[in-house]
Design a protein around this ligand. Sequence first.
Ligand code: OOG
Ligand code: MG
Length: 255
Amino acid sequence: MSNNLQDLAAQVDEAAEKGQPISQLSHSSEFTEDEAYEIQRLSILRRFQRGEKFIGLKLGFTSYAKMEQMGVHDMIWGRLTDKMLFANHSEINLNTFIHPRAEPEICFRISQDVDREITLEEAPQFVDGIAAAIEIIDSRYKNFKFSLEDVIADNCSSSGLVVGDWQEVGINISNLKIELRVNQQVVETGNSDDILGNPWLSVVNAARLGLKYGEPLKKGQILMAGAATSAVFMEPDSEIEAIVEGFEPIVFTAK
Ligand code: OOG
Ligand code: MG
């Protein structure tokens, strides 16, 4: 039984680094949700020590499709680093992952430091770009199974992101059709309003959670709003595409 948060952080970090799955931390240690966020912080600190740069935050379980798929019922947040970022139209080698899944998202670029909680009406003042995106999630836990505390400690399964061109903040993001296609076949469909009923609420909630946990959103950072559909497993030699109505399609080839 290990309760040392540093040890637990090292376990998830090494699993991510080596692409080797581990047993759920909660099966051998007891830790609270706040301690899970501390494990996450310590594990990402190890990445920073290896030279990775902090680029922003992600939210998870902001849609019912995702909550249902994973059997978890609370919003979570994680940290993004530059090593996770891939250009649109990239080839992405799946060998470095464990059991990667793709999910279509919306991404916000933050225009000013967030030093207080903000309202839905104010949210656009804190954003200067909006893009379609795909998140690659890859739980470090065997069989992609975890408790809420486990997934928080594991940086909310975050492992990759592909972000499209930035559109102006005035662009409509309500009631947009969202599709995930694999080899040109539609495999998941959703709507931008599936994200918290209004994707702008992701900015409001990330502002609140970032402040609460000492990781406030800063100018120039990005925020992944959370998936609008369930995530799909990826096979090598497949083309993965997200279509968010009104945005440039996001596409990559899984190798
Ligand atoms: C956790 C990450 C959830 C989202 O967009 O809802 C997430 C997982 O499903 O492994 O990124
Ligand atoms: Mg996601």
